[in-house]
Design a protein around this ligand. Structure first.
Ligand code: 5GP
Ligand code: MN
Length: 331
């Protein structure tokens, strides 16, 4: 269903900011770019401000290099004076990190477009939330199509927008294989392909960009996998020195968790990463193993089968013991 109030807010305002979560993924970047291109096509001033830099494998979506990394001194006035702020792919202000206080203080209307669990409506002026949707990009696709229908137009989605939405949906569905991938997802993808996209090129831009260091890091990660509870739990720990010795950074671990889930007996996988600012826990699970509830015990959240938490300054050895002990009751 189209949200008329969001359409009115778009039509009646000029200054827009779009943001998404720390360590943006394909769904964050793809959704941001698609929305920015749409707002720009309406003659609006629309900027994208993110806490983290764009990972190299997603910069191809940002041809005009409109995404800026948030800089408090440079950008705070823009946030405070914006008319509308879109928050995409996260319902938690904690996950936009240092932008949060300025968004709260801003006079702007705050609009959430997201597919995560645990959303609090009182934090936003308007929202489109669909927790059954596998990607924020899918929600945005429907939003654009509904506008086309309501206004009797076609051509709102351009080829560049289609590419960004395709990348958003492809990455958040694990290339069309995770649970929430359904008939509608494939119907949307089929339509997006009619814009002249090449699936192999998009896949290749995103996933065939490894450095040798990243594969060496993956080697360490695979070597360190530990099984517990009759093989139902698998985890692996990556320390700061692993990044240093492989000349990689924390962005290099994207996708590692799927290797834990490839083990036959495993129903819950945990990637435990020591980053510069603290410890990141990344959870994946099968079926009715509620990984998001386990993430919640560490102040995090997400989806039933994919979730995470971040513990600033956390003691990694203690956390490994703690999270693997707490995991038992979910198995
Ligand atoms: P990933 O393991 O790929 O970093 O994250 C998987 C999912 O877990 C994300 O899509 C997001 O929903 C959730 N997630 C990851 N990190 C955090 C976090 O620090 N806090 C919360 N609330 N959710 C997270
Ligand atoms: Mn997403």
């Amino acid at each position: 269903m189209m949200n008329r109030d969001i359409v009115s807010l778009i039509n009646n305002n000029q200054e827009f900011i779009i943001t998404s979560h720390v360590n943006p993924d394909g769904d964050s970047i793809g959704s941001e770019i698609a929305l920015q291109l749409y707002l720009k096509s309406l003659g609006k001033n629309a900027g994208i401000l993110n806490y983290s830099p764009t990972p190299d494998n997603y910069t191809f979506l940002d041809k005009e290099r409109v995404i800026e990394q948030f800089d408090e001194a440079k950008h705070k006035e823009r946030i405070l004076n914006a008319d509308v702020i879109f928050i995409l792919d996260t319902n938690e202000f904690e996950r936009v990190r240092t932008l949060a206080p300025y968004i709260h203080a801003s006079k702007a209307k705050k609009i959430l477009i997201d597919h995560h669990l645990g959303f609090k409506p009182e934090l936003f002026d308007e929202y489109i939330v669909d927790t059954d949707s596998p990607a924020t990009g899918e929600i945005l696709y429907r939003f654009f199509k509904d506008i086309e229908k309501a206004e009797g137009k076609t051509g709102i989605i351009t080829k560049e927008m289609a590419q960004a939405l395709y990348a958003a949906i492809m990455t958040d569905t694990g290339s069309f294989k995770f649970n929430r991938t359904d008939e509608e997802t494939h119907t949307i993808i089929a339509d997006l392909l009619t814009y002249g996209l090449n699936p192999y090129d998009i896949y290749s831009e995103i996933y065939n960009k490894s450095s040798l260091g990243r594969l060496h890091l993956l080697g360490r990660f695979l070597n360190n996998i530990t099984l517990m509870y009759n093989g139902r739990l698998a985890y692996s720990v990556i320390h700061r020195k692993d990044f240093e010795e492989s000349s990689t950074d924390e962005y290099a671990i994207e996708g590692f968790s799927s290797h834990l889930m490839s083990l036959e007996t495993v129903v819950l996988g945990i990637v435990i990463t020591q980053t510069l600012r603290g410890v990141k826990l990344s959870f994946r699970s099968n079926g009715d193993v509620f990984s998001n509830e386990l993430a919640g015990e560490f102040g995090g959240g997400g989806h039933q089968n994919a979730s995470g938490a971040f513990i600033p300054g956390g003691d990694i050895d203690k956390l490994v013991k703690d999270v693997t002990a707490k995991a038992e009751k979910y198995l």
